[in-house]
Design a protein around this ligand. Structure first.
Ligand code: GAR
Length: 193
């Protein structure tokens, strides 16, 4: 069983999809801790519902990224976390965390990277008028949504309907994250770059 931490800043639907896959026996992992930089985000209540401990922090209460990431690394090590899973964590990972969890941090992003990195990728894609968009799971490096790609799924835009397009993208994320993590933990992904 792989010990993971989920980092999130928002609603936590990807967190819940991962936890439900674990509960169904589809993913041999355990979420040891949920970490958030937004103490009032819906993810906190969701995690509590599943009895998963939450660590919340407020970045501006620390003097630097290095300072709060040092605390994060201590917490991850206390919980013997092996992999860090970003699920709507809207903050760049710094050198401290990257060094401690080299090639052990993954992210999901709601576009076909390298198109539309950063915030509101779905809005960016719709504004651009693409007909096909999608979701990407990738390793995290120091850039914004730039690390090596592990998996992608395409999603057709529903013309003129942002809500329906978003629903498709989120459904694709919930499937792709679990199947990708399963392969990753089983060492079944080959990165060819
Ligand atoms: C997801 O769509 C995720 O791909 C995105 O935030 C959303 C979080 O939803 N992440 C990024 O945009 C990262 N650049 P959730 O809180 O319901 O899982």
């Amino acid at each position: 069983t792989t010990k993971i931490a989920v980092f999130a800043s928002g609603s936590g639907s990807n967190f819940q999809a991962i936890q439900e896959a674990i509960d169904r026996g589809e993913l041999d992992a355990q979420i040891e801790i949920v970490l958030t930089d937004k103490p009032n985000a819906p993810i906190v209540k969701r995690a509590e519902k599943f009895n998963i401990p939450v660590f919340s922090f407020i970045a501006k209460h620390y003097e630097s990224k290095e300072a709060y990431e040092t605390e994060i690394v201590n917490i991850l090590e206390e919980h013997e976390v092996e992999w860090v899973i970003l699920a709507g964590y809207m903050r760049l990972i710094g050198s401290k965390l990257l060094a401690s969890y080299a090639n052990r941090i993954v992210n999901i992003h709601p576009s076909l990277l390298p198109s539309f990195p950063g915030k509101d990728a779905i809005g960016q894609a719709l504004a651009h008028g693409v007909k096909i968009t999608g979701v990407t799971v990738h390793f995290v490096d120091e850039g914004m949504d730039t690390g090596p790609i592990l998996s992608q799924a395409a999603v057709e835009v529903v013309e003129g309907d942002r809500e329906a397009t978003e629903a498709r993208i989120h459904a694709a994320e919930h499937k792709l994250y679990t199947t990708t993590l399963k392969k990753l933990f089983a060492d079944e992904i080959n990165l060819i770059h």
